[in-house]
Structure formats: structure tokens, C-alpha cells
Write a protein that binds this ligand. Structure first.
Ligand code: PMP
Length: 458
């Protein structure tokens, strides 16, 4: 029961709220954990128990929670001008300032911003921008796009169709398949088999080129890629892969759309990872999450001068959202960026991120941990039944969930995703908090391994 209300929040939630991606049967049994407060990397539940949130909300609480100056900036803007649409010929200060700031931070000639309400709407907008731009440039047939297996690009009808994770493709939903094509994920753990990383990379690029030939170079208008696939299992591509994929795109006038919803705003120690981490200049960058560190819902589709120039003329762009350029959300994003700059959080994230990688890599010695992978503040542990064959444990054992439950009982939140436990802590995480994450996760994995052995399942 919450301390400041007589209402039973958990019971109300259980009765009325539909939780995304949540198993109905177990939810009706267990209900939700009610979180009441957050500060920095910590969360407190309604019983006053503290957790270190190594999930970072949902890859998003980059500057950490509980910042008074964020609350003040949001309140001040809400009082001054809580809403003003940006359709046609109106704007507001925070939206204009934020678009200029994003143009400054984004690499190369990415100087234009289409504001959205989150990550899905940013990707959805980029999808439409592909066809629009290509048509403006006189390539009217280039409406098809290519994306990768194991990608997640959002939950609107179009974006869940662009993504391709096994658990998302429910037979009950009629996904859009016309004009959306998929190629292999650059998965160096599961898909590489006995090839070297360089050979694997060659094959992935060749597959991309073959797919373009199959669909038709005159029909493919865009390629979507998360620099590191996040929800698909923290898939770090082989060296040089993204650069080579971008070169193929250039050759065929295919727009390279970097989905930086997770990798943007410091998770890999840069404003954007495409250029600074992987040396790729995208045509479009989609961002959300860390843009406001989750203090307000907001996303952005940042696009190039080339796209902007092609769009100009006797036409308009019939795509936009009521809350695009929302003054309060933009004010929150501006303050968030100011904090990241002032506190030098990109530098901190890069340093503490390398320490995070190092500390977690020790877990590879555990018999259950098949792979410990990721980069900087984007990490994951994949559990297996057999480290040599990489065979998975049966799904019904729900190993990721068991590990995250064991960690939660010790005051640590890590995200379960099937056989994986995923982590993306706030950028403000300290070295001693990293130590706590690594030690607690190790205890949780050992505890679950012991249970499995005891039950004859490992
Ligand atoms: N792209 C990526 C890479 C994501 O991880 C997500 C969300 N996890 C999205 C897009 C969709 O963002 P949102 O949930 O804000 O719509």
C-alpha cells in the first residue's frame, strides 16, 4: 500500500492496466511491483525497498532520476506555455532551440528535425520520409526498405513490421510485409559459426547486396539499423560492418537510417554512436529515450540537408503529431542536454562504461553464462545450457526471469528477455555501483544455477 494514498495501487493496476509484453497468466498471479520514487540510479518501491536500476528505466534514464532542476524546468515551461502546436506556421521557443541544438550535436549535415512523441513515431516518420524524399528526388519507385532480423524499431504498425524479433511476430497481428525486407542480424555469438569475424562481415555485406538485387536497386529506398541492436539482444556488429553497409547504401541511393533511440545521448559515450563510435554518417538519425532521459515523452527524426533540399518546393509534408515540438517536452530535453554537457557525462559514460564491460566480463567464467557482450553502458548476459554447443535451456525454465528475480531480491534490477539479462544503467552510475551490479548479478546467476542443478535441469 502506498504511503501517500489509501488506494491499493497494485490492485487497481492489476484490474485495469494492460502491461505491454507481459504474460497474462503470470501477471494475473503476481501483479506489478509498484515503484514510488527514483533518485540517481536508485528506485524505491511502495514498501520502501531500494533497488539499483541497472535497466535505466527502459534504456532511457540517462542523467538519472530525481533531478530538481529538471522538475523546475518542466514546471516553469508548463506554467509559461504548456502547449503550442507546431503545424503550419506556428512554433515555440523550446522547439526551435532544441531543433538548433540537435542540428549542432548531430554529425555532418544532419541539420533538420522532425519532432515526434517517442522512438516508434521517430522511426515511423523516417519510414515515410524515405518514400517522400526518394519521390522528391525523382526516384518514385524507391519505397521499399531493408532492415535486419533481431531488430526492434518500435511498436506502431509500421515500425513493428520493420523490426523483427521472434517474440514480436504474433500470428494474431497482420504485419505489413509489402515493401519491408529483412536480412541477417550481425550476431557474432549465434550466427558466426566457424567463420572469422572478417569473413562473417563479408557474408553479411554480400547478403545485403544480394537482397538489393533481388528486390531491385530502383525499388530499395532505405536501410534501417540500430548501431548496436538493443532489444534484439545487445548485438554488437563485426568490425567495419556498419561502414560497409553504409557504402552499399550510398552506391544505390539508399538512405541509411540509424536508429539511435538507445545508442544516442551518451549510452556509448557520445551524443550519437553512428559517427563517433562506428564512423558512419547516416542520412537520418532517429532518437528518443536519452533525449529527455525519460523526464518527458519525446523523439526526433533528424535528417540531412540533402533530404531537406530535395523536399523544398511547391509541396508539403503530410506527417506530424499534435505533440510534435511540445514545449514542455522540448524544455525538458534542452535541460537534459545542458546537464549532460555541464557534468561531462559523455566522458564519464565512456570511462565507467569500459569499467562496466571489464567487471561483467568476469561473469563469463560462470557455467550458465554463454556470452557476456555489449559495449560500455549497453551490456547483456546470455544464459545457456551448454557453453560449447550454445544450446539454450528450455523456455519454460524462464532463466532470464529467474535471474532477474534473484537479483531483485538482492536489490538489483536487470531486465529479463528470454534467455538474456540486459543492462543499460544511467550514465551517472559510479564505479562502486558497477561493482555492486557485477557482484549481485554473479550471486543471482550462481543461485539460479544451484537451483537448476538441484532440480536436475542443468
Ligand atoms: N528503436 C529502438 C532501438 C528501441 O529500443 C525502441 C524502444 N525500446 C524504439 C525504437 C521505440 O521507442 P518507443 O518505445 O519510445 O516508441
Amino acid at each position: 500500500m502506498s504511503a501517500d494514498t489509501n488506494l491499493d495501487i497494485a490492485a487497481l493496476d492489476k484490474a485495469h492496466a494492460l502491461h505491454p509484453w507481459t504474460h497474462f497468466e503470470s501477471f494475473s498471479r503476481d501483479g506489478a511491483l509498484v515503484i514510488e520514487r527514483g533518485d540517481g540510479c536508485s528506485l524505491w518501491d511502495s514498501d520502501g525497498r531500494e533497488y539499483l536500476d541497472a535497466v535505466g528505466g527502459l534504456w532511457c534514464t540517462n542523467i538519472g532520476l530525481g533531478r530538481r532542476e529538471m522538475a523546475d524546468a518542466i514546471a516553469a515551461q508548463a506554467e509559461k506555455l504548456a502547449f503550442c502546436n507546431t503545424f503550419v506556421d506556428m512554433t515555440n521557443g523550446p522547439a526551435a532551440l532544441l531543433s538548433a541544438k540537435l542540428a549542432e550535436l548531430a554529425p555532418g549535415d544532419l541539420n533538420h528535425v522532425h519532432f515526434t512523441t517517442g522512438g516508434s513515431t521517430a522511426i515511423d516518420s523516417a519510414y515515410r520520409m524515405v518514400a517522400y524524399y526518394q519521390s522528391c528526388a525523382g526516384r518514385t519507385d524507391k519505397t521499399h526498405v531493408i532492415a535486419r532480423n533481431s531488430s526492434y524499431h518500435g511498436s506502431t504498425f509500421a515500425t513493428i513490421s520493420i523490426g523483427k524479433r521472434a517474440g514480436d511476430k504474433m500470428p494474431e497481428f497482420d504485419y505489413k510485409t509489402d515493401g519491408i525486407h529483412h536480412i541477417s542480424a550481425p550476431d557474432c555469438y549465434r550466427a558466426i559459426s566457424d567463420r572469422s569475424e572478417a569473413e562473417f562481415c563479408d557474408d553479411l555485406v554480400a547478403e545485403f547486396e544480394a537482397k538489393i538485387e533481388e528486390v531491385g536497386p530502383d525499388k530499395v529506398g532505405g536501410f534501417f539499423a540500430e548501431p548496436i541492436q538493443a532489444s534484439g539482444g545487445v548485438v554488437v556488429p563485426p568490425e567495419g560492418y556498419l561502414k560497409r553497409m553504409a557504402e552499399v547504401c550510398r552506391k544505390h541511393d539508399i538512405l541509411f537510417i540509424a536508429d539511435e533511440v538507445v545508442t544516442g545521448f551518451g549510452r556509448l559515450g557520445h551524443w550519437f554512436a553512428s559517427w563517433d563510435e562506428f564512423g558512419v554518417q547516416p542520412d537520418i538519425i532517429c532518437c528518443a529515450k536519452g533525449l529527455s532521459s525519460g523526464y518527458q515523452p519525446i523523439g526526433a527524426t533528424i535528417f540531412s540537408d540533402q533530404i531537406w533540399d530535395a523536399m523544398q518546393g511547391d509541396r508539403w509534408y503530410a506527417s506530424g503529431f499534435t505533440y510534435a515540438g511540445h514545449p514542455v517536452a522540448c524544455a525538458a530535453a534542452l535541460k537534459n542536454i545542458e546537464i549532460i554537457e555541464r557534468e561531462n557525462l559523455l566522458h564519464h559514460a565512456a570511462q565507467v562504461g569500459r569499467y562496466f564491460e571489464e567487471r561483467l566480463s568476469v561473469l563469463e567464467a560462470l557455467p550458465l553464462a554463454g556470452d557476456v557482450r555489449g559495449r560500455k553502458l549497453m551490456m547483456c548476459v546470455e544464459s545457456v545450457a551448454d557453453k560449447v554447443t550454445k544450446a539454450l535451456l528450455p523456455d519454460h525454465l524462464d532463466v532470464g526471469k529467474r535471474i532477474s528475480d534473484a537479483a531483485e531480491a538482492r536489490g538489483l534490477m536487470v531486465r529479463p528477455m528470454g534467455h538474456l539479462n540486459v543492462m543499460s544503467p544511467p550514465l551517472v552510475i559510479t564505479q562502486s555501483q558497477v561493482d555492486f551490479v557485477a557482484e549481485t548479478l554473479e550471486h543471482a546467476i550462481v543461485e539460479v544455477t544451484d537451483q537448476l542443478v538441484k532440480d536436475g535441469q542443468k
